[in-house]
Design a protein around this ligand. Sequence first.
Ligand code: AMP
Length: 369
Amino acid sequence: MIKLHDLYFKPFISAQKIEDTVERMAQEIAKDLGDEIPVFVGILNGSFMFVSDFVKKYPKPCEVTFIKLASYEGVKSTEDIQRLIGLTQDLSGRTVVILEDIIDSGNTMDEVHRIFKNESVKELIIATMFYKPEAYKKDYKLHYIGIEIPKKFIVGYGLDYDGLGRDLPEVYQLKTTQHMTNLVLFGPPGAGKGTQAEFLKQKYNLVHISTGDVFRYNIKNETALGTLAKSYMDKGELVPDQVTIDMLNAEVEKNAGCNGFIFDGFPRTNAQAEALDKLMDSKDSQINAMIALEVDDEVLVGRLLERGKTSGRADDADESIIRNRITEYYSKTAILKDYYSAQDKYYGVDGVGSIEEITVRLSAVIDSL
Ligand code: AMP
C-alpha cells in the first residue's frame, strides 16, 4: 500500500503486465499499419511513460510528438475549459495515432477530434493504455485498448493524484475504505476479551463480533449451524475452519459501512487469519492490530470456573473442558502471535488487574495506532 497526500492506494496492475500490454499493442499497431510511417501523438502529461515505452517497442520507423491539455479561463470566470495545445507540425496526409494513457469519460476525445478536424490527416487512430468502459460517454471509436479497468481512480505509470504518483512504474488503485479500524482481540479463554470488547466498542464506535457468541446464539435458536457447532463446543474443541469463516464473512457483510470491527474469538487458526486478511482486503481495508490479553493459566481456570457458576455455559462448568479449551488455544491459536508479529501488528497487554485498568491499557494501544 502507498500513501499520496491524504489518500491510500493499493497495488493494482504490475509493471510486468503493463510491459506485456505495451508490447502487444506495439505489435498489433505495427502489423495493421504495414509500411505506413505513422506519427504517434502523445497527450501530456499522463502519456509520457506509455509513449516512451511504446515507441521503444515499436518495431518499425515512426515519428513521435506531443500535445498538451491546458486550462483556459472560460466565458464565466469560474469555469475552466481544457484545451489541447501544441500541435505545430503539418500532418496533412499522414496516419496519426493518438497515444493516450487513459480514457474514462472521453472528454479529451472531443478535443482530439476538434483539433484534427481541419488537419486533413489520412487517418486518425486512437490507442489508449487504460480504458474505463463504464465511464466512457462518447461515440468515438477507440481502435486499440491496452487494459480495461473498473471506474475507480488510479495512479502510477504517468497518472497522478494532485501531482504525485506519475513516476511509479506500476499502477495503484484508490482504497475506498480509508477510515476503518479493525482490531483482533486475542487471548486464551477467560482472558476477558468479551468484557473488554464491550467497553472498547462504545469508546471507538466499533462493531463487536464474537464468534463464540454467534455460535451460542445459533445453538439457542436451534439452527443447522448451531447444531453443528454444538458438537465441537461441548467438548471444548474448535468448530471446523470453513464453517467458522463462512459465518464470520456473513457477520461482516451484515455490518458493511461501519467504522470498523473488534474480532473476539476470531481468528483462532492460521487458515482463519488468512481468510480474515482476504476479507478485509476485499473491503479495501485491513486488520490494524492484534491486541493480546496475557493471563496466567491458573488464573484463567479460576476465572472460568467462577463464571461457570452463573453463565450457564456447559464449557465453563467442567474443569477438564476448560483445560481442553486452554490446550486448544496453545496448540492451535497461540501461533497466530507469529502471524501478526510478522506484519508488525502484535501488541501484548497484561490482562491481570481490574477491568478499568485493563481497559486503560488497551485504549493506550489503540490510541497509538
Ligand atoms: P469463546 O466464547 O470464544 O470461548 O468460544 C466458545 C467455543 O466456540 C470455542 O471453544 C469453540 O468451540 C467455538 N469457537 C468460537 N470461535 C471459534 C473460532 N474462531 N474457530 C473455531 N471455533 C470457535
